[in-house]
Design a protein around this ligand. Structure first.
Ligand code: COA
Length: 258
């Protein structure tokens, strides 16, 4: 398993730590693979009562590794794409999942929270969904889950503009449970995970299953993936990835929407 995902099982809580801080925990194919394996195995392992996800460094995650997006767009990424297995594992998981979000949660960093059951935000955290800014479309069934959670107009604004949502607003809108001081983030998330781990696991997972339509979520993920793959291959996306690599703003004015 890649060292960029650290796994620890203590007291029934399996913690998955995104550990690539020099790249702001941007998620690579190997990292998705490790997360997918862990979530899949947790469904079978009776020692695991709760999953907890957190990020090292100054932010939760900068989202998908953009270099890997560019490689896929250029047809240079061979082998299995574990992101799909990761997203389906999230949709199908019946293990209660807690998230501790420090700093920015970009792209899939925010959309994965819609699959978590208890979300704690640090006071400086920001949720950002810049899919359109990258000429892509939302994923992780967020095109269904986000409007359902916060209403169409707010979800449209978050997706279309990709501007940061602050922690207090995220709680007010129902994306997260609470905001705590940064130094309290991990202890608070851990405290909640341990509390959940004392509840009857069969009952918790049956409840979680009833609360989520996993089949609908996976079907939405398939629809999103089809659009996502088209967008990845677009001239707009090539310009967005190139601009990121060159540390400049993208210029979409010359492109005609194809
Ligand atoms: N993919 C690949 N590398 C990334 C990355 C990503 N999503 N996000 C950050 N990095 C890398 C940077 O390229 C930089 O690498 P370098 O040190 O080799 O130049 C390093 O991580 C630090 O990032 P930097 O941009 O200097 O940090 P920052 O604190 O100024 O800004 C972000 C952080 C997250 C605001 C900014 O990096 C960003 O916008 N990243 C892209 C986010 C994104 O669009 N993700 C995809 C969502 S679908």
């Amino acid at each position: 398993m890649t060292p960029e995902i650290r796994i620890d099982l203590t007291g029934g809580v399996l913690t998955m730590t995104l550990a690539r801080p020099d790249k702001k925990n941007a998620l690579t194919n190997d990292m998705y693979g490790a997360l997918a394996d862990t979530i899949e195995q947790a469904q079978q392992d009776r020692r695991i009562r709760v999953l907890l996800v957190q990020g090292d460094g100054d932010m939760f995650t900068a989202g998908n590794d953009i270099g890997e997006f560019a490689a896929i767009a250029a047809g240079k990424h061979g082998g299995e794409r574990h992101v799909h297995r990761f997203l389906h594992a999230l949709a199908n998981s019946t293990v209660p999942t807690v998230a501790a979000v420090n700093g920015k949660a970009v792209g899939v960093g925010t959309t994965m929270l819609l699959h978590c059951d208890y979300v704690v935000l640090g006071q400086d955290s920001q949720l950002i969904t810049p899919f359109v800014n990258l000429a892509l479309v939302p994923e992780a069934a967020s095109s269904h889950l986000l409007p359902l959670r916060i209403g169409h107009v707010r979800a449209f604004e978050m997706f279309a503009l990709g501007e940061p949502l602050d922690a207090q607003t995220a709680v007010a809108w129902g994306i997260a449970n609470k905001v705590v001081g940064n130094d309290q983030l991990r202890p608070e998330a851990r405290r909640m995970a341990e509390k959940l781990a004392t509840r009857p696991p069969g009952s918790l997972s049956a409840m979680k299953k009833l609360m989520r339509d996993a089949e609908k979520l996976v079907s939405q993920m398939h629809s999103e993936s089809a659009r996502f793959e088209e967008r990845l291959a677009s001239a707009e996306a090539r310009e967005a990835f190139q601009a990121f690599a060159e540390k400049r703003k993208p210029d979409f004015t010359r492109l005609d929407g194809q």
